[in-house]
Structures are given as C-alpha cells and as structure tokens.
Write a protein that binds this ligand. Structure first.
Ligand SMILES: *Cc1c(COP(=O)(O)O)cnc(C)c1O
Length: 388
C-alpha cells in the first residue's frame, strides 16, 4: 500500500489482501489453534511472522489483516504486534526493552495499571522506575538521565488529567542518547497523532477504546519502527500474548469507521466542553484543545484534532459531593474504559508521586459518546444545578 494515500483511504483498504479475504470485502473471522502442514518438511520449514502460517499463537489472516492495517496508519512503522489487552501490550513492550539493572523514566500522569506494573512487577525483576512530571521539558528530562536509564515512557495526553507532552522534542533528545521511547497513544490514535513519524520508537494503543469503539472487546497493539519491531514482536510471543480471533476481527471492523466516529466524538466533546467552560461551578477544564490544559501548545503544534475524553474540576465541594454529581447523571454510564458509542462519567483520582498539581477542585472525567450533545448538556446541567 503506497504511503502517499490519505489516512481515510488507508482505513478502508488496510490489511484487505485478496489472498486473505477471497471474494469477500473483509477477511473472515476464523478460529483455530493448530495449523496443518502438508508434510513434515513443510512443518520443519515453517516459522512465525505476518503472512506465515505456523501456529495459533502467531495468528492467521484474521489477526494479520488488523496488524497490517494498523502498521499502514503509521508512516515510518515496520510492523505491529498484538496482545490480548491494552495492558498486555504495555507490559510486553516494557519487558521487550528493559533488562535487570535498567532504569525506566515514567511519566507521572500514566494510566494506573501501568504504574502498578512498574512499581510491583518490574521492581521485582530488578528494574527501577523514576517518575517525572508530565510538564517536564526535553531539557529537563535530559538532566534526569542517569547511567542506567534505558527507556522513557510517555502518555500524551495523560488519560485522567490530560497534560500534553513535547513528544517530538523528548524523543529526539532520547534518540541522540540511545534511549528508547515508548508512547501510550490510546487517546489520540495514529489518526490524531502519528507517533512513529513524530520520533517515537514504540507506539502502544488499547484497541479496546477507539479502534474497537463499541465497548465489546479487549485488545492491544504495539507498533514499532524497524529498530524495535522484531524485538517487540518476539517478546509478545515469548510471553504467550495473542489476539483472540473475534476481538481481532471486531477491531479490524471498528477501524473502518474510526475516522468518522472520532470526528463526531471530537465535535460533540468540544460542544460539551465549551458549555462546561462557561459554568460557574466548573473551576477548570482539562481538555488538550483548551488553553487551560497544561501542554495545550504542544497539542496545537502536534495533533490533528482532539478525542472524546477529558476531565474538569468542579468548583468547591469535596469528593463526596463530586460523587453525588456523577450519580445524578442519567445519560452517562458510570464505568471504566472509554472510546465506545456511549457516554461515561467517572471520578478522576490520579495517583502522583513526582508532581503535586492543584486542579482547583474534585475531578470528573467524561467520555463523550455518539448521543446528541444537547441531551448530554441538559443532563450535566440538571446535575450541576444541585451541586454541591
Ligand atoms: C484502557 C487503557 C489501557 C489498557 O487497555 P485495556 O485493553 O483495558 O487493558 C492502557 N492505556 C490507556 C491510556 C488506557 O486508557
């Protein structure tokens, strides 16, 4: 597939090789474990890889089509490995690059379970993690590097407090020093932020969110440049990570409509966020497209748009009043995850160890779905009236 095609076109054509789909529009969902060979010689000659039949762990067209389509969305990427959840993609990528004795620099706004993996599992294997404030500049991070620093992990924006990092600056600085960079790109997807082209070595997505888009699957992907792809792919197999056929197929299906869904998420979210910004009971908006969001200037410089997840601080009140506000919402589901068609509200209670920001009040995180934004605003308005 030519690199000069536009993203919307790649979303439609990616991974749909004729030899994988036959006469159908999309490669089918096939289930299996054993791959049968014609004879022992063929079995002995077989090995894993995209397009090579070997064993269930390494997939078949149902998974390859998704992996190839994801790679095509990232200019400069060499390939994509899949894992059964977004978290598995994060942990597989980390274990692919780190060794005992190494130090990892981890952004303080990171997704909670990633933090836990570093603090508990990596620590047990002799890998130390030092957290850095998400607002640290590339110069500031350069000053933090130690002799054992092996990798820098970024999440931009952070998925609870939405600080945007200087990803190109940090990655360029790291590359000059031989330090590998990993980015959790779940919020932006390659459509809003092509990570590899911006200098990231390894870009991770929880496909459970926007790519799946319907809150009905768990899957993760790791897209990497030529320096890291083989090692990352090998690590996923060594740990036994695989993408279940149904989830891979649903993700590939979701990918076809990702651009139109994201556009609608963006428009509705901006409408809701603009309304919230004008409410007296809202102390602060944490949405990358607004100046009140730390790192907004990097969003403006580097991103092609915004997604449907953001937070805001309620003015006054306490966490219990915030919880009552969320309970009062009728159109917003209360639950984890995001990126689906339905709106969600959750309390945001970020854990911080390297920074101590004051957001101005208890935080609410909203995922804006595909409902009519006017109905969502009316719902928020009713709940705000009685706050705190
Ligand atoms: C949800 C999420 C993950 C993990 O994805 P799962 O598929 O739920 O394991 C990783 N990173 C971010 C930013 C997420 O929001």
């Amino acid at each position: 597939m030519a690199e000069d095609k536009k993203l919307d076109t790649k979303l439609v054509t990616g991974g749909r090789r004729a030899e994988w789909r036959g006469k159908l529009v999309s490669p089918p969902v096939d289930r299996g474990s054993t791959i049968l060979f014609d004879d022992v010689a063929e079995l002995r000659a077989a090995g894993p890889g995209l397009g090579k039949y070997y064993y269930g762990l390494h997939g078949w067209p149902t998974q390859w089509a998704l992996a190839e389509a994801l790679t095509e969305l990232e200019p400069g990427a060499a390939g994509t490995a899949l894992a059964e959840t977004g978290l598995a993609a994060v942990t597989a990528a980390l274990t692919a690059v780190l060794e005992t004795g190494d130090e990892l620099l981890m952004v303080d706004s990171v997704y909670g379970p990633t933090r836990r993996f570093c603090d508990v599992v990596l620590k047990r294997f002799g890998i130390s993690t030092r957290y850095y404030d998400p607002l640290t500049s590339s110069e500031g991070l350069k000053a933090m590097l130690g002799g054992k620093t092996r990798a820098i992990f970024l999440e931009s924006p952070g998925s609870q407090t939405f600080e945007v990092q200087d990803v190109p600056g940090i990655c360029a600085m790291a590359r000059r020093r031989g330090i590998v960079t990993l980015l959790d790109n779940t919020w932006a997807t390659p459509l809003l932020f092509p990570a590899i082209a911006n200098g990231v070595d390894i870009s991770i997505q929880a496909l459970s969110k926007y790519v799946g888009g319907h809150s009905d699957l768990l899957l993760g992907s790791i897209t990497a440049n030529s320096e890291w792809y083989e090692r990352v792919q090998r690590a996923t197999w060594d740990f036994g990570h695989a993408a279940a056929a149904d989830d891979a197929w649903l993700s590939a299906r979701g990918l076809r409509t990702l651009a139109v869904r994201l556009k609608r998420h963006e428009e509705s979210t901006l409408k809701v966020a603009c309304w919230l910004a004008e409410q007296q009971k809202v102390a602060r908006l944490l949405h990358p497209a607004f100046e009140s969001c730390p790192g907004h200037e990097f969003w403006k410089r580097d991103f092609k748009g915004s997604a449907g997840l953001f937070s805001f601080a309620l003015d006054g009140g306490d966490p219990a009043a915030r919880d009552r506000f969320i309970d009062k919402l009728e159109l917003f589901g209360i639950g984890y995850s995001w990126g689906g068609f339905e709106s969600l509200a959750t309390p945001a209670e970020p854990t911080r160890t390297a920074s101590n920001p004051d957001w101005g009040g208890p935080l609410v995180r909203l995922q804006i779905g595909l409902e009519d934004p006017d109905d969502l605003i009316a719902d928020l308005s009713t709940a705000l009236e009685v706050y705190p």
